[in-house]
Design a protein around this ligand. Structure first.
Ligand code: ZN
Length: 141
């Protein structure tokens, strides 16, 4: 699938290069070059990840924010657009910091859930206090 996408993109670039030999726009060509480089790097990186899984760390605070936020925002009748949700989650993480826990094996998930239970109350409280300030702001959706 990724091979098809790559070859069609390459064909597109080749077509662009050959058709526009007398009025070459270097900006566009650079952009396309970058795109081609990206499409070459991406599948390789994905393969590497499959061959040699790197340890993953989950940000507990961020997980909780995205679990709890929708309910809190609707309770306070806040805007739920992506921008506002991103802003609010950044505020929470600015004030509470991040808490990464590594995911190595099945025990890690038990540990993750335990930390989530410990942090749930403080994250909820922070979300409520921020949502309270957002409740009268303009809605984007
Ligand atoms: Zn919004």
């Amino acid at each position: 699938m990724s091979r098809n996408r790559k070859s069609s993109k390459t064909a597109h670039v080749l077509k662009l290069l050959t058709n526009s030999s007398d009025n070459v726009n270097p900006m566009i060509n650079d952009g396309f070059k970058e795109e081609v480089i990206h499409s070459r790097i991406q599948p390789k990186a994905a393969n590497e990840q499959n061959d040699d899984p790197k340890p993953v760390a989950v940000n507990v605070i961020s997980e909780l924010v995205y679990e709890i936020m929708p309910e809190v925002l609707s309770r306070f009748n806040c805007c739920t657009c992506d921008v506002c949700q991103a802003e609010i989650s950044i505020k929470v993480m600015d004030e509470l910091g991040t808490h990464y826990t590594p995911i190595i094996d099945e025990n890690s998930y038990r540990q993750l859930n335990q930390i989530k239970d410990e942090k749930r109350k403080i994250v909820t409280r922070k979300l409520v206090s921020i949502a309270f300030k957002y409740r009268n702001m303009t809605k984007h959706i």
